[in-house]
Ligand binder design. Structure first.
Ligand code: GLU
Length: 482
């Protein structure tokens, strides 16, 4: 797709909650499009809902974007700091006759909606104060009524735009709910708090946004916003509406689905690269010949709206797990250690002696890496290296099996004073089997049970050498438990 002029896109999150996966996916598409076209990816914090906006949510959003590798350009724009501009635009719309004051009370509007409902009509404002005479306005003011400001939306207007994802879009003015409130109720000599559709248009115009890329739940807003651009005499950006993220039942992913914020995924042990990769696939398909596993930088070389689907994108945990495993398996031991060490520390494990040594930690990471799906597996599987494990049922049975005691005794007697290399450990298993008069399999299973408390776990020889370096192999083989 050819793009004319400089690309300037934005993410406009409201800090009324933590960074939601849908917002993060919108961020990914904006970032990819900006990078593809050498453009700017801007950030605007839409904090005009002062009661629900919180600084901690802004911090969570910025932190989540940075963690995902979605660095924005320049300083974030803080919407609440621009309220004077928003009011100016409303004043302009009032002066040009595109907007007017509506004195209808909440009670009147509720009664109007009830009547509509009784007649099975969709709720809409009936434009009742569109043509008040100055005398009627004075009478309302004299009554002490406050006023909202409404923007005129003519029923017979048709709004058409060429959506970069969905193609030609048409909306009839009649389907937009009547004249739209753009400023909250306030005394009639003032302009109340400006509302979403108005502020977004004023800010997008001021930031010279070239493309608005956001979820398809904003399509009706786009129709209204295009009318506002026209009335304000500002050139409108192009629009791309991305498909919704659906849960496994095919319904819009919502808070009820539990895990919805980027920090939840992070806490569950997903790594940024895998989550960013997965979110890119939520609604976009890579071109023929490109693997599904890619970095954001790789996707940015080919990203285009032509390959964004119109249908909702169903969340697929198996694919996310698969991608996460791919990323973890591909990490070098040092990179994995950087990720795991803070988690190990957070468990409150005493990481002392040889376990504090980075080469020992790197060897442990190399041992665990191939079996990890989530980082949390790297905590569960590392646990027996930091604390003596409780024996599970199968391990207990193994230790009671014939030959186990003899095998472990032979093994622990054969442990050297000094370091135990992998080759020597292998030879030790053989000699222990011979000395105890049991099969090698019995030695191995018994050793596993005594060292890890379970018959499952990583490579036994490496486990043995790592625990020996901690001085832990001997006591565990001798049956010393936590
Ligand atoms: N603050 C709006 C939201 O979070 C922004 C929507 C838009 O991108 O215009 O839904």
């Amino acid at each position: 797709m050819a793009v004319a002029g400089p690309v300037r896109v934005r993410l406009a999150p409201s800090p009324t909650g933590t960074l939601h996966i849908g917002t993060a996916r919108t961020a990914v598409f904006n970032w990819l499009f900006a990078r593809r076209h050498g453009g700017q990816f801007l950030l605007r914090i839409e904090d005009t809902d002062r009661e629900r906006s919180k600084d901690e949510y802004t911090a969570n959003i910025l932190d989540g974007l940075q963690w995902l590798g979605l660095q924005w350009d320049g300083e974030p724009v803080i919407q609440s700091a621009r309220i004077a501009e928003h009011r100016l635009a409303i004043a302009q719309l009032l002066a040009s006759g595109n907007a007017y004051r509506c004195y209808a009370t909440e009670a009147e509007l509720t009664a109007m909606r009830e009547q509509q409902a009784a007649r099975n009509l969709p709720p809409r404002y009936d434009n009742r104060h569109r043509h008040l005479s100055p005398e009627q306005e004075q009478a309302f003011i004299a009554e002490g009524r406050e006023a909202t400001v409404r923007f005129r939306i003519n029923d017979d207007t048709t709004i058409i735009w060429n959506d970069l994802v969905r193609g030609e879009m048409r909306w009839s003015g009649a389907d937009l709910g009547g004249d739209m409130v753009i400023a909250r109720r306030a005394p009639a000599d003032r302009i109340g708090d400006p509302l979403y559709n108005l502020v977004v248009v004023v800010d997008d115009a001021a930031m010279a946004i070239s493309h608005v890329i956001r979820g398809e739940d904003h399509i009706a807003n786009t129709a209204k916003q295009l009318l506002l651009y026209q009335a304000l005499g500002s050139p409108a950006p192009l629009f791309a509406h991305t498909p919704l993220i659906l849960n496994q039942e095919g319904r819009k992913l919502s808070k009820r689905d539990g895990v919805t914020s980027v920090s939840d995924f992070r806490r569950m042990g997903y790594v940024a690269e895998a989550l960013a990769n997965y979110m890119t696939l939520l609604g976009w398909s890579p071109p023929e010949g490109m693997e599904e596993r890619f970095s954001l930088a790789e996707a940015a070389t080919v990203f285009d709206f032509d390959r964004v689907n119109r249908a909702g994108a169903r969340f697929d945990w198996d694919k996310l797990d698969w991608l996460n495993a791919q990323v973890l398996h591909g990490l070098n031991p040092e990179a994995l250690r950087q990720q795991l060490l803070p988690l190990w520390k957070a468990e409150g494990w005493a990481i002392g002696g040889a376990a504090a040594d980075s080469t020992w930690q790197l060897d442990l990471c190399a041992l665990l890496a191939p079996s990890l799906t989530r980082l949390s597996d790297g905590v569960d599987q590392a646990a027996p290296f930091f604390r003596r494990p409780e024996l599970d049922q199968a391990a207990r049975e193994q230790l009671d099996a014939p030959g186990a005691t003899a095998a472990l005794a032979a093994l622990s007697q054969g442990l050297p004073e000094g370091p135990l290399e992998a080759d020597a450990a292998k030879a030790l298993l053989e000699t222990a089997a011979t000395a105890a008069g049991v099969k090698k399999g019995v030695v191995m299973k018994s050793a596993r049970a005594a060292l890890l408390g379970s018959l499952q776990g990583p490579d036994l020889l490496t486990t043995l050498t790592l625990l020996h370096r901690l001085g832990e192999a001997g006591p565990r083989l001798a049956g010393v438990t936590g």
